[in-house]
Design a protein around this ligand. Structure first.
Ligand SMILES: [Zn+2]
Length: 431
């Protein structure tokens, strides 16, 4: 039967390419508090219907009790932003869930050169378009896997659930948490976020930190405030100190099982800095305020308060900076939410067997040696690892330019993933 799966997927490549073109053409941009996900859900719903899935479409807001739970991220508006769940199977055996977010970041504003953001193109084995890699490719691969099983007339004795959720970007997670709250549980969840074909059994914790630095103004060499604080220089010093902190966190990796095999598991993204203005009529003056944004990671066991405490205690090594934190000139604030980390414990239940099954299917169906690793960057992993009883892994395609112009996903990865997922469905839903 597994040969038939390979054959079917190789012979029906066109389906996945066409579906990618369609889903990328839909603007599903997330601009908190709003989003446009229903443009994509319309297309996914049609696909679900065509392959014969039962459908549950709902707003995160209408899931009973969810809005009052402590994990609900407040302030988002879910008008035209429905979660879409498709499922099939008799439910007698095991249940597999595939969970992917349909929203994308607004990276259409960048300068695209390969194609337009909503006009997907296949060039040299890469599908370019907004959301191709993060993560419409993963969603379409999981649907293709299920379509393969259905078209090959393989009876699903268990159950397969595909969740196309809203609002993952910008720390959302409400879409996935709403699915958990609605009662979707199973034996395993696979999140096809772009993991470059690695099986990620853990996810780092992360947070987008905004730092506001207030200094003095005017000409520091004229008048009386010659000893003033230049917010831009203080910001620069802080950035260097936080780069040291990133290195420090990487030096701790041996204490964290899966992370020790990754070269530099903790990666900070120094994304934005703003101080002063540049323009023809700009007055020569010291910038009174400097704003810095840094996306920071830490190990999965680090919770929200430890995340901050660790950083602040490290910064005590820099007294010339730390004194400004103490006097309130430097203020840290979080954007969106703290994204919890998570771990799949391989010593519990059938977790290890499941991972072995993925590895086995990787070899058999895609001729790939899949590595076990960890997901670096925030995903909805924690929605399952910390708030449901369903064990979770991330396994998704490789590509590039996520959250940038000319985002792409490798078509071969999508096809291999479909084979691996179909192999898993076959194994799990028969036994
Ligand atoms: Zn993503």
């Amino acid at each position: 039967m597994k040969e038939k799966i390979i054959e079917y997927i190789d012979n029906n490549k066109k389906w996945i390419i066409d579906s990618m073109m369609k889903i990328i053409s839909a603007n599903t941009i997330n601009t908190p508090p709003y989003g446009n996900e229903n443009n994509g859900q319309k297309i996914i719903e049609k696909i679900f219907k065509n392959i014969g899935l039962e459908i549950d479409r709902f707003s995160p807001d209408e899931v009973s009790g969810f809005k009052d739970s402590k994990v609900y991220l407040k302030g988002r508006d879910y008008t035209n932003r429905d979660n879409l769940v498709g499922f099939i199977g008799k439910g007698e055996k095991k249940t597999l869930i595939f969970n992917g977010h349909i929203d994308t970041v607004p990276s259409h504003v960048f300068k695209w050169t390969k194609t337009k953001p909503f006009d997907a193109k296949l060039i040299d084995g890469k599908i370019y378009g907004l959301g191709a890699c993060d993560m419409k490719g993963g969603i379409i691969s999981s649907i293709f896997a299920l379509k393969t099983i259905i078209d090959l007339d393989i009876l699903i004795k268990g159950k397969v659930i595909i969740e196309s959720v809203v609002d993952e970007e910008f720390g959302g997670a409400n879409g996935s948490l709403a699915c958990v709250k609605r009662g979707y549980t199973g034996d395993f969840v696979v999140i096809p976020e772009p993991s470059v074909m690695k099986i990620c059994i853990s996810n780092v914790s992360s947070r987008l930190m905004e730092i506001k630095i207030t200094g003095d103004k005017g000409l520091m060499y004229a008048g009386t405030n010659v000893e003033g604080v230049n917010s831009m220089l203080l910001g620069a010093g802080l950035i260097i100190a936080l780069k040291d902190y990133e290195n420090f966190l990487n030096s701790l990796k041996d204490k964290h099982d899966i992370y020790k095999r990754i070269d530099k598991p903790i990666k900070f993204l120094f994304s934005d800095i703003k101080a002063g203005e540049i323009g023809p009529d700009k007055i020569l003056t010291t910038p009174e305020e400097c704003l810095v944004r840094i996306y920071m990671m830490n190990y999965p066991d680090v919770n929200k308060s430890k995340f901050n405490d660790m950083m602040l205690s490290f910064l005590k090594n820099y007294p010339s900076i730390y004194k400004y934190i103490e006097d309130g000139s430097v203020v840290f604030s979080e954007k969106h939410r703290f994204i919890e980390g998570g771990v799949l414990d391989l010593t519990v239940g059938n977790n290890k067997d499941f991972i072995n099954k993925i590895i086995e299917n990787g070899k058999k169906l895609a001729n790939r040696e899949l590595e076990i690793s960890a997901m670096l960057g925030g995903t909805d992993f924690f929605a399952f690892s910390n708030y449901s009883n369903t064990p979770v892994v991330v396994l998704g395609p490789g590509g590039g330019n996520c959250h940038a112009a000319d985002e792409y996903v490798n078509l071969e990865d999508l096809l291999d993933l479909s084979k691996i997922y179909a192999g898993l469905i076959y194994d799990y839903c028969q036994t």
